[in-house]
Design a protein around this ligand. Sequence first.
Ligand SMILES: Nc1ncnc2c1ncn2[C@@H]1O[C@H](COP(=O)(O)OP(=O)(O)O)[C@@H](O)[C@H]1O
Ligand SMILES: [Mg+2]
Length: 251
Amino acid sequence: MFDARETLVREKFAAFKYIIPVVSGKGGVGKSMISAALSLALAKQYKTGLLDLDFWGASAHVLLNVDSKFPEEEHGILPEEVKGVKFMSVAYYTQGKPLPIRGTEYTDAFLELAAVTRWDDTEYLVIDMPPGMADPFLDILKYVKNGNFLVVSTPSKLSINIVSKTLEILKEQKVNIFGLIENMRSPEDYSNRIGRLAEKFNMEYLGYIPYYQNLDTKLDTLDDFISTDFFQKIKEIGSKFRNNFCKKPNR
Ligand SMILES: Nc1ncnc2c1ncn2[C@@H]1O[C@H](COP(=O)(O)OP(=O)(O)O)[C@@H](O)[C@H]1O
Ligand SMILES: [Mg+2]
């Protein structure tokens, strides 16, 4: 069935210079934390947006301390700006309520949100993705053709098992991959399992972020979050993105 939003959504995504979907087959590995930190870090230099596409477990608004008032409308929806990051999430519309929807309803809601959001001249878009390979992941593969995927894994055996499958699909789809981040590594872990996983899939290992015992206590304000070592690590990784991709012409 013809849906005019499909063309519009493809065009809207194609207008960004860089799109970084933050993905992992596994939940709870730090995708939302990394997406929020990366967008805040990029926003210091570039016009940056953050789109939370985890409709079932929307989290980025919690990290950005965004309250639930509706964003402004003017020929579309204007994302709220938080420390320079243009932010869009379904959380504005669910008002703290759960959203128990099926995959097909997800795609409908995704197309609607993506079609009405006005990003204007935003250059970078970071996308906080839900875990898994269901509709949200398939929708991103379908509608975002200029993505540079950032894959997150912890060094746990379970995470590696599932993330390997995500990597397999991304390779198969021939999408650009920014690299693999290892998150929540313990200080005694010298196994380099994620480094080897990156090697196996012939992609860049972007480095590791230690497990920070007290990280959750530093999320009360954005200034607290920005002053953490976690944020600093993500900022460094963000500059790798610029080195890897921004020097290349015609991208
Ligand atoms: N490097 C880290 N050190 C300590 N806790 C972390 C780290 N990264 C993430 N966390 C914690 O792990 C939990 C899951 O993170 P989250 O970003 O919600 O994962 P996801 O989006 O992949 O489900 C959160 O409580 C978060 O604060
Ligand atoms: Mg999340």
